[in-house]
Structures are given as structure tokens and as C-alpha cells.
Design a protein around this ligand. Sequence first.
Ligand code: 4AD
Ligand code: MG
Length: 465
Amino acid sequence: MQRTLVKDALQASGPMDSILLQGWVRTRRDAKAFSFIELNDGSCLKGLQIIVDATLPDYAHVAQASTGASVAVQGRLVASQGGGQKWEVVAAQFTVLGEADATYPLQKKGHTLEFLREIAHLRPRSNLFGAVFRVRSRLAYAVHQFFQERGFCYVHTPIVTASDAEGAGDMFRVTTLDLANPPKTEQGEIDHSKDFFGKKTFLTVSGQLEAEIFATALSNVYTFGPTFRAENSHTSRHASEFWMIEPEVAFCDLAGDMDLAESFVKYLIRDAQQHCAADLEFFAKFVDKELAARLNFVLERPFQRCSYTEAVEILARSGKTWEHPVAWGDNLQSEHERYLTEEHFKCPVTVYNYPRAIKAFYMRVTDGCAPDRQTVGAMDLLVPGIGEIIGGSQREERLEHLRAGMALHHLEEKNYWWYLDLRRYGTVPHSGFGLGFERMLMFVTGVANIRDVIPFARTPGTAEF
Ligand code: 4AD
Ligand code: MG
């Protein structure tokens, strides 16, 4: 007999004579003549109530069906007597597949998120994490849907790379060299030509540079994959391994890039509301009471836009005392970003045209900017509660400007020879951005720590599981 998922059973249009369900026991309550079992199989937030009659031959097994045990139930789907749910199952056969004794850590009581992180192998069985990972799966699907509907081509950019896409140097090395006894050159330095790939290699920080190759051939492309940062950031918004979505669009300028980013973020929110309504209700009830109102508010209004220079003036006029005082030329810190989006604009805001020196080498120098206040066509989308969720830019398509940018950032041209070729042969204006998938999930679920929206968090000092 074929298994029915709880989600489908709960949506049944009428009673059924025989149905097979398999899942895990959330709770069991024993009365004199029956036991009530709440069965959950992860297909949706809700469980299905199973009634096992004490006269059933299999009733002897019920005692082993403790919280956490896996069970199979075959029986009748009938209209529920009690309130709260439409259907329940009256068991005809009841089997315990795998017991779980009293040491099972997810007994029915509230656990802290910190504790649940320590049992990341079991936490998907909790209501909260089941909901988070269903939303994660749905939004991954929606990412592809958004771009495929718009004629974008999905490009698989490499995970192992020799180039530093951000030019920031916070990369994890990939090597098969014997660390205790590495091959040496005659000068006594480590001989990287003897390494697996014949050169120094790393885990990628971004697929952007390779996406640019494809955008200058296929016009509209996107990547969606894991990226890695070896920054020693201990915050609730940084992970060492995270997933990033990076569209890259030929013949598109910074304004077009900001428009695409805004419609993408709104599309993902709408998709989650449509397809994960029960899970979002759960977050709104137990995680973040403001969630529903905030998401609706964000959908209804156009995102605000303000230049970096205006942003610095707003911060200076705010009357706030900043932990990091900000003057033109400084990077915006999290406290500044959050002030702009949460207190000043009270809305998502895209800050654009940042000082050249604090942004990546590949960003396009703004036409007509003052020589002593050079800016590049960068844009960061900031959202309430999180801060930066998207970083993007118009790319420098002019060869000489790009070379100057590389010199400014002390990058060697020989490491980027193919990237420079894109400007030598049929160069075009083009733009793109990166959306941090986990930060988007935090925004949509209200979950405050990045460690709780990724199945197995990699952060400095932790790589369990
Ligand atoms: O601003 P970032 O570093 O931009 C890039 O990597 C560009 N190459 C993207 C592009 O233009 N194609 O990163 C983009 C986004 C950030 O806005 C943030 O949402 C997320 O990636 N992000 C992180 N998320 C989690 N943990 C980290 N350590 C992150 N670093 C960046
Ligand atoms: Mg950024």
C-alpha cells in the first residue's frame, strides 16, 4: 500500500477506508479504551491524530510508541470528533519501526535555540526547524522560478577557484600538500606548483567573476550555490559557508540592477506567503510577532533609495552617538545600516554610489564624480532587523578604468587575465548583485540568528555534523 503524507491526508476531500501513514510520534496520550498519538512526518507543520483502540491486537506495541519513535499506521481516515482538526485516523494496524527512549532530547517542552544547535541532527524534527527548512526549500525553488520566468540562464560557477572574486583575501585554502612537510622551492618557500591544481587554490567567495563571463555571452544569467568566507566574524548574520544567488545582466546599469533586486526580494516574500502560509503563521506566533505586518508593509511600498553621500549626511544629522563615528569615506557599520532602514526610512533602503576605496576593484567608477570624492556604482540593499541583505554593483566595463581599480586595490593583473579579456573583446555595460540566501530567510521567517536558517552552520570554531 502506498504511503500518504500527513499534509495530503489533512487536505483530503472525504473520508477514506484505508490509508497508510508513516512518521514520528510527537506525543502520546493514553486513555482507558484508546491511545491518542500525534504523528508528524515533516510534510507540514501539523500532525495527524491517530487513535489506537485498546482492543486492537497491535495495541501491545503502543507502549513503545514514545515521543520520537517512528511508526507506521494503516487505518481509516475519518472526520475528527474533537476540535482543531478536520481528519483523524483510526488505526487498524500499528507498527513501531524504531523506538526512542526517554533520553530522546526533543521531549515536548520548550528548548532554547542554543541547545537545539547542539543537536542539529535532531532539530529538523522540531516544529520550528521543520518550518524553517520547508521555507528554505520552497524559496530555493522560487529563486529558480523567478529567474527562469525572466529568461535567465542558470550557470554553475566553480567552488574551487584560483581567483579572489572580491579581492578581499578572506578565502579558505584548498590544498593536498603535506602540511607538516610541504615541497619547497630552491628559495626555501612552499612550492605551490606541486599542489594538486599546480597553483594555490581556494574555496570561492563569490561566483560573480565567472558569472560575468557568461553574462557577456548569454546576456542574462544567475548562479545559486555555496560560497565561503574565512572572515573571523562572530555575529548573528555571518556564516563561513552560506548560499548566495548572483544574477548578472548584460546591458544593464545600476538603476536596472536596483530594480531587479527589489522585484526579486518582493517576489520571494510573496512566494513564501502563498506557499508556506502555515509555517509563516507559526513564525508570526512564536518567533516574531511583527513578522506578518512587516512583510506586508515591505511588499506594499517601493524601497527607498539614497546615495552613500546622503546616507552619511543623514547619519551626521541624526543626533545619535555612534560607536563608530562615520565620516565620508568610512564604511557603514551595522549600527548605521540599521539606523537608516529601521529608524530613518523605516523601510528597506538601497544605498548606492559608495567611495571607491572601500568597495571591490571591479565596480564602475561613477561618471562625473569629483576626483577627490570618487565613487563607484555599488548598491547595498538594507532591510529592517538585518541590515545588508544584497550587495551589488554596475561592473567596470572600461579596460583602463578596471586596470586602475586593480592597481588601487593592489591586485595583480596576471591573476585576472581572463577577466580583463572580457573588457578587451566586445565589452558591454553590465551589472549584478548577490543576495545572501540565509539573510533572506532570516528576513522572511523572523529567525534572528543565521545559524538557525542553515541546516548545518559553519562559523568560526564550529563544524560539527
Ligand atoms: O556584498 P557581498 O560580499 O557581494 C559579493 O560577493 C558580490 N560578488 C555579489 C555580486 O555582486 N555578485 O555579498 C553579497 C551578499 C551580502 O549582501 C549578504 O547578504 C551575503 O551575501 N553575505 C553573507 N551572508 C552570510 N554570511 C556571510 N559571511 C556573508 N557575507 C556576505
Ligand atoms: Mg557587501
